[in-house]
Design a protein around this ligand. Sequence first.
Ligand code: SF4
Ligand code: SF4
Length: 336
Amino acid sequence: MKPLAIEKTLVEDWLGDLCDDFDVFSPSMTKKGFYDWAPFQSGTGLQVPTGVPKSSIKTFFFPQPEVLFHFKASVSDPDAYRLKEPDCQERKALLFGVRPCDARSVVLNSMPYEPDPYFQARRKNTLIVGLLCKESCSTCFCKWTGGSPTGREGMDLALMELEDSYLVEPVSERGQALISSTIFRKPKEQEISLVQELYARKNGEDAASTLRGKELMALYEAPFWNQVSQSCINCGTCTFLCPTCYCFDIQDETLRGKGRRIRYWDSCMFPLFTQHASGHNPRGDKIKRVRNRFMHKFKYFPDRFGPVSCVGCGRCVRDCPVNIDIRQVLSNMLGV
Ligand code: SF4
Ligand code: SF4
């Protein structure tokens, strides 16, 4: 699949045309002064933040909250229930401007969610138009976790920003179908060589592969967990913003014989997350919860699925109210 190019001034027109077939979302500046995902609106000007928006794109695949099904008790037979599943996503969605870390998180999340029909239906119905990174932000570290600022994993189309244009590379067949319009042109030689130069940049240290060679269970009682957990206030911000945290709880809401079963985000940083009905809590102490978060990302998930469960987006570094920095924890785990 050959790359094409589009002038920057025409991108809004292109997205406007795509709105006929998709619910299009892109990063937008909120009234609170940060970028977040919002429905794209023609004529408001395209906004392209340097780093990742506040929220990750997991909300499009794993909505908060999500109705799994509605139920209704039968009046004649109180033991009989009628169930109705909602349509997961009626209209196709298109996410524009997804950075490589966020696009890769969808690939990682679909490993544990492989048997989940809700997640998989949304994945099938959602196209990802990625925006490759020329520079990393101060909080990003995708290169440490097996990713890359120019990685295309999880994308349908990959855009690289140039001076007055974008080079547009189709990554999937459905991405190719998005660029059939005459708005796109053949790229100039100079545009191709600029992008090749960016692709050729060295990725640097991959801590993920170093971790694979380490016996991490030996770190279970390491003294640094105490130090890391001391300042944590168990607010859950890191897990809710993290694109690769996917823990949930399920509740039934009922009223007069009718109800719905809902799945909503939960966090392993909350004490109640692991509390048993008996009152016993295997992770009742803060240190156990903090250790679990990092061990899950760098030991338990890779043991089961291969890659580490962190894409280095830096959201938890940027927004932890007490400045716990996962890069420092990772360095502790690596012993560097
Ligand atoms: S954001 Fe920081 S303080 Fe809040 S739960 Fe996560 S590590 Fe703890
Ligand atoms: S753990 Fe932190 S840096 Fe890693 S993916 Fe989650 S929010 Fe991003």
